[in-house]
Design a protein. Structure first.
Length: 146
């Protein structure tokens, strides 16, 4: 069963750390999922049409593999209450109102997620991704790495 079923989706982003891309989703209860495209990239090396097939004409075995990739390559984590409340109350109203790509609110949300990645998500990998390799680590003109 999908652990995110019934939750309201607030924000999504694709963030790059080192040579890995993460599809990040944030939900209304402060939970987030971080899908690492590493597994899908390995499948694409063997089957270059896998992603097109699963989107347009999936076979049962493709859907099963896709579900396995999501299970194996997704980290689920709860944002700390302070950061989540700041996003929800201070940033989301402006983000929703503007609907402008790379608005100040979006950049702030991304900055919070990048810091959260280094503190909570990256330590779960073995080996961890080297710090300072985030594509968004100079958002807002400051180095977000601690």
């Amino acid at each position: 069963m999908n652990p995110f079923f019934g939750k309201t989706h607030l924000f999504c982003a694709c963030l790059k750390f080192g040579d890995r891309f993460f599809d990040v989703n944030l939900y209304d209860d402060g939970s987030s999922n971080w899908y690492d495209n590493l597994g899908e990239n390995e499948v694409l090396k063997v089957d270059p049409h896998f992603d097109q097939r699963t989107e347009f004409a999936p076979r049962p075995q493709d859907l099963a593999l896709q579900a396995l990739l999501v299970r194996e390559y997704t980290v689920v984590a709860q944002l700390p209450a302070y950061e989540f409340n700041f996003i929800l109350k201070k940033l989301m109203p402006g983000y929703r109102r503007r609907k402008v790509y790379r608005s100040t609110e979006e950049l702030c949300i991304r900055a919070i997620l990048v810091e959260f990645f280094w503190k909570e998500i990256n330590p779960q990998f073995s080996p961890p991704i080297p710090e300072g390799t985030a594509e968004d680590y100079h958002l807002l003109g400051r180095n977000l790495k601690k």
